[in-house]
Design a protein around this ligand. Sequence first.
Ligand SMILES: [Zn+2]
Length: 181
Amino acid sequence: MGGNTWYQGKHEPIVSKDLFDLVQDRITSQTSRVNNQEFAFTKLMKCGLCGSGITADEKIKKQLNGNIHRYVYYGCTRFNDKECKCGYIREDDLIKQLENLIDQMSLDEIGIKQKIKAEVERHKKFQAGMLGIKSIIKVADIDIRNYAKYILRDGTNLEKRELISCFKSKVVIKNKLVSLE
Ligand SMILES: [Zn+2]
């Protein structure tokens, strides 16, 4: 018998208590994750019109068929100019423009080489120490530009923030156009 009495009886519950708890947990954690939404690129960029910081906002759009789309917009905080006409730029547009910037920047300007180097060294040490494998990865073999673009598209928010903060120049948004200061 033990603790299983809860499940006994003629009618089996449609959802077991364990599953119910699991689903409840998941719903709760998802809700709190949405509430604490951290945007990837806030506080890293500057408004090209008034010099204020750039903040983000999200809009949820629900289509008639029930699909839900989440759009993130970036725009001026209007800290320096309450009337700033900088406007808003959608996050996917921002990322596309940042990718183009990365294509035009020198590797020095991108500035993540040291980070990648350290990461590769760590990985090598792990392979040698834990697995006894001598890694053949060399930093020179890594395409830094592609790595940076990969982070922009598929990295975590933290990785994206790290990438942008490694840039040697500040990213500026002016009339929906992204450039370097
Ligand atoms: Zn502004």
